[in-house]
Write a protein that binds this ligand. Structure first.
Ligand code: PBE
Length: 266
């Protein structure tokens, strides 16, 4: 192993994403847990992180990113998670749907559709891949909905149709949440609701649902990633439970980088 090498080659930098993302918090915890004082976590955005990865990958240069699954990057590049023996990044998680108090009374049909929304990582991935390949999110969502009428009918089962009531969903521009929000937004629209999708930062996503300026969101990663936000707002929102199981967070490197665990960064 070439543990010192990797630090020098990457200038002891880990390519992060948006400040405020749960993954950034988890990475800072990991740096502490493993005593990686020499390393810096660089703030940026998910899009900029992927651009850096793409560039490094093309040149077969070493790079360490903060990564998560599901994500299309795992099908586009040969990547591996660095082993996290201390469990700093938590285990497998779920993504929860969370709505404002009072939505059940104001729009019972929308409430039950959001409550019954549930799909698999592979479903989410297929929407993400279409978007990455250049399809508009709304188009990719429609395509997935058409191809999965059975699954969608489980979500709408027994739900009263809307009569044009406005429903505002908030989401952060993570590929996972773009996919899920456009899909469920389109399903709500097809069931008689006037849907607005509003892209926000992660804090405002939780705060908006808590203060009622938004009706709901489908991007709360729990129990670990968004625990701080969740604990802050849990008494002011309605947690509808998981819409997807099996997400993961961690430090990710291309396969060609010759380290296997976070400990190798020492
Ligand atoms: N993520 C993707 C988010 C949740 C969705 C892992 C980048 C985060 O808060 O870190």
């Amino acid at each position: 192993k070439n543990a010192n090498g990797i630090g020098a080659q990457t200038e002891y930098e880990i390519v992060g994403i948006e400040p405020g993302a749960g993954l950034m918090e988890l990475t800072n915890t990991a740096l502490e847990d493993y005593g990686l004082d020499d390393w810096t976590l660089i703030e940026g955005s998910s899009a900029a992180m992927v651009a850096e990865l793409q560039k490094a990958y093309t040149n077969q240069e070493p790079i360490i990113i903060t990564g998560w699954s599901p994500h299309w990057m795992f099908s586009s590049f040969d990547l591996k998670y660095l082993k996290d023996s201390k469990g700093s990044f938590g285990g497998e998680e779920s993504i929860h749907s969370i709505v404002r108090k009072g939505l059940k009374q104001d729009a019972p049909g929308a409430y039950s559709i959001l409550d019954q929304f549930s799909w698999e990582p592979s479903d989410m991935e297929s929407v993400m891949v279409d978007i990455t390949d250049g399809m508009e999110p709304s188009e990719a969502a429609e395509k997935w909905i058409k191809a999965h009428a059975d699954k969608v009918s489980e979500w709408t089962n027994g739900a009263q149709s809307g009569s044009g009531e406005p429903i505002k969903l908030v989401f952060v521009a993570w590929d996972t949440e773009i996919a899920s929000t456009y899909v469920i937004g389109k399903v709500l629209e097809q069931n008689g609701y006037e849907v607005t999708l509003s892209q926000v930062e992660v804090g405002p996503m939780f705060a908006g649902v808590a203060n009622g300026s938004a009706d709901g969101m489908v991007g709360a990663w729990l129990p670990t990633t968004h625990v701080e936000y969740y604990n802050t707002y849990k008494n002011e929102v309605v947690d509808l439970g998981p819409n997807l199981h099996g997400t993961k967070n961690g430090l990710v490197v291309p396969e060609y980088v010759d380290i296997d665990s976070i400990e190798d960064l020492k």
